[in-house]
Design a binder for this molecule. Structure first.
Ligand code: SF4
Length: 323
């Protein structure tokens, strides 16, 4: 198991608090391990928890409440819900549920935006809206994080989301990448955390059922359509898992056991610096040749010979192909 993500369900007392059942204990323990492995929380953090009304983000909020009770550090939680403006979205139900967590010290913020109108205005009717929708949502949430003074933005993505994203990127985007448990935004101003990265969706679904969460779908007409690439990948992985039990766990382990030098990315192969050096020498030689051509030396070949320009310049060979 060298290098694999080790997910063990060690006995946890709950620090004086009682777990509802073994499922809750497993979910909280795995989240705690993820928080520790990736240093997701720090003393004094103000964590903005994005709650869509789905099972995963409700579970995320409760897990963070659990961790806050047990953690040796002090951090605060603000549960945030964004109504994206899709017809039929019932924000009141989500807000009512979030407010039940105020007794546990959770602040609640709800806000509304009209993404539907923006998407209709900007996109062709048959265009896939998810990319623009995600950018709009990210912009609103980052802005709210600034207003709230949040130091972390917590999202409810789980282990299935991570491996599905890996396959989506591999099959459709030409890159090897997934969703990291901790991500600093490109401008360095926001830190996104995914404490549920070690938890499987099936556990979260069972937990949501046990907890009786009032699930509210996002009401977006594109959400969960069977021909969406993510849904296709989800079905593919489910089939492969049923044929080879443990396959998804191996995929998750692989995300924590990367051997970049065994791939084709020249950044990791040590080739790029060699190529850069080679290009620099070639450019220098070209410059030297140009100077010599323009030099009065050429008028006197015996002086050129004395410079011994016939000596070969030896460069490191480029990495060859296999076999
Ligand atoms: S499924 Fe709907 S809500 Fe989700 S990203 Fe796509 S457009 Fe947005």
């Amino acid at each position: 198991m060298d290098g694999l993500i080790q997910i063990r369900d060690t006995p946890v007392t709950g620090g004086g608090f009682r777990y509802r059942d073994l499922l809750e204990k497993r979910i909280v323990t795995r989240a705690g391990r993820c928080v520790g492995d990736f240093d997701l929380l720090a003393d004094g953090d103000r964590v903005m928890v994005c709650c869509s009304g789905g099972k995963d983000s409700y579970a995320l909020l409760d897990v963070l409440v659990w961790l806050r009770r047990r953690a040796p550090i002090d951090f605060s939680l603000v549960a945030v819900n964004l109504d994206q403006g899709y017809d039929g979205y019932d924000q009141k139900v989500v807000e009512a549920h979030l407010r039940t967590r105020e007794a546990a010290g959770v602040e609640v913020q709800v806000l509304s935006r009209d993404f539907k109108t923006v998407l209709e205005a900007k996109l062709a009717p048959d265009a896939t809206p998810c990319s623009l929708c995600s950018r709009l949502r990210r912009g609103v949430l980052y802005g709210l994080a600034d207003e709230l003074g949040a130091t972390k933005i917590a999202l409810g993505h789980h282990a299935d989301d991570l491996i599905e994203t890996l396959v989506l990127n591999l099959f459709f985007s030409g890159k090897l990448a997934s969703m990291p448990p901790r991500l600093v935004s490109e401008d360095g101003r926001h830190v996104v955390i995914r404490p549920l990265a070690y938890n499987w969706e099936a556990d979260l679904a069972a937990y949501a059922k046990n907890q009786g969460y009032p699930i509210v779908g996002c009401a977006c007409p594109s959400c969960g359509l069977p021909d969406q690439k993510r849904q296709v990948v989800k079905r593919l992985l489910a089939t492969l898992e049923s044929e080879s039990p443990g396959l998804k766990s191996q995929m998750l382990a692989a995300l924590g056991n990367v051997k970049p030098e065994h791939l084709l990315d020249r950044k990791w192969a040590g080739v790029a610096p060699v190529l850069q050096a080679e290009e620099a020498v070639t450019a220098a030689l070209g410059d030297l040749s140009a100077r010599l051509l323009a030099s009065p030396l050429l008028a006197k070949p015996e002086r050129l010979q004395a410079l011994d320009l016939g000596a070969k310049v030896s460069l490191s060979p480029r990495v060859g192909h296999p076999g």
